[in-house]
Design a protein around this ligand. Structure first.
Ligand SMILES: [Zn+2]
Length: 327
């Protein structure tokens, strides 16, 4: 875990505002920390918990070295709790435990911290119970509701808590973070652009898997170049059963969309904006086989197919419908 706010990537203004509030201890007892998946919401809540409990806080965050800081980083501080779903939901048993624990002052730290992650998984009974807790939260405690979907929280919860929002992280910030962490610079460039502003996704992405997905998508584009989506059927017949799942198809379509965008960038001589920069020469020859119109047409078909997939249309049926559309 990072030890200081200054190592955190992205969202500098929000970070400064949060740091000021935690350093002055003027932070409200409960708030919502919102933002897309993988931008560091939980990490930021933990960094703030360190500042609140640090023995030797520094101007830009906690010291990262004292016993409370180290315990929080290791997830063993008795006053800092991360509450995650049991199964698919955060249940009333868990929120009742939180509320019972809240009655006691901090055991060894200065401030008790409860991080609910992700808060939209609170089930109905747990939501009702946490509402009461939020209203009665004592000054020695801090409750953070972490969520990528703040609108999925009940209006009664949102009206009680200010919302701090994290934006997606710029690709350049993610790239430098990955390089500092020892990633190959060329891989870092591709990953930082392909992760949609999610540093978490960029870190966890398996490079060989990305290459495998990408080479499948590139070979499909090579076969599609002459026209028609009918080649998808041949492609489909070569996949193994486990590859024919909805998620795999969704991954494939997302990869294809990024590659099509790369082809457009190359046709417009905008190489610095190409995501899959490491295979740019291969993509450039592919780009010459495609017209602008063809790229846009394919892109529209893929977006449509993705919408259908997200509506849970059976993957096999979907591929066949793409096939027949072109006849
Ligand atoms: Zn410390």
């Amino acid at each position: 875990m990072l030890s200081s706010f200054k190592e955190f990537r992205g969202n500098p203004e929000m970070l400064a505002r949060l740091l000021r509030a935690v350093r002055r201890e003027s932070i409200l007892p409960a708030f919502i920390l919102a933002g897309p998946e993988g931008v560091g919401k939980k990490l930021l809540a933990l960094l703030a918990a360190q500042v609140l409990n640090c023995e030797k806080p520094e101007p830009d965050g906690a010291c990262g070295q004292c016993a409370p800081c180290r315990k929080i980083a290791r997830g063993i501080h008795p006053d800092v709790h991360v509450i995650v779903p049991e199964g698919s939901e955060i249940k009333i048993k868990q929120t009742r435990e939180l509320s019972a624990d809240l009655q006691y002052r901090p055991f060894e730290g200065k401030r008790k911290v409860y991080i609910l992650d992700p808060a939209e998984r609170l089930n109905e009974a747990a939501t009702n119970s946490i509402l009461k807790t939020l209203e009665e939260c004592p000054a020695y405690a801090w409750i953070v509701l972490v969520t990528a979907h703040p609108n999925a929280l009940l209006p009664t919860i949102r009206s009680r808590c200010p919302v701090y929002r994290l934006a997606p992280i710029p690709a350049a910030d993610i790239e430098s973070f990955l390089v500092q962490g020892g990633r190959d610079p060329q891989q870092a460039r591709v990953l930082s652009k392909a992760c949609g502003g999610s540093i978490g996704r960029a870190i966890s992405q398996d490079w060989s898997q990305l290459q495998m997905h990408r080479s499948r998508a590139v070979s499909l584009l090579q076969r599609l170049a002459p026209g028609g989506f009918y080649q998808v059927r041949n492609f489909w017949s070569k996949l193994s059963t486990e590859e024919r799942t909805r998620l795999t198809l969704e991954d494939l379509f997302q990869t294809l969309l990024v590659l099509l965008r790369d082809l457009l960038m190359l046709k417009e001589n905008r190489r610095p904006e190409v995501t899959h920069d490491d295979i740019a020469p291969q993509l450039a020859s592919l780009a010459s086989a495609y017209s602008f119109e063809r790229i846009c047409e394919l892109e529209a078909q893929l977006r449509n197919a993705l919408r259908e997939l997200q509506r849970n249309v059976n993957a096999q049926v979907l591929v066949e419908s793409l096939y027949f559309e072109q006849q």
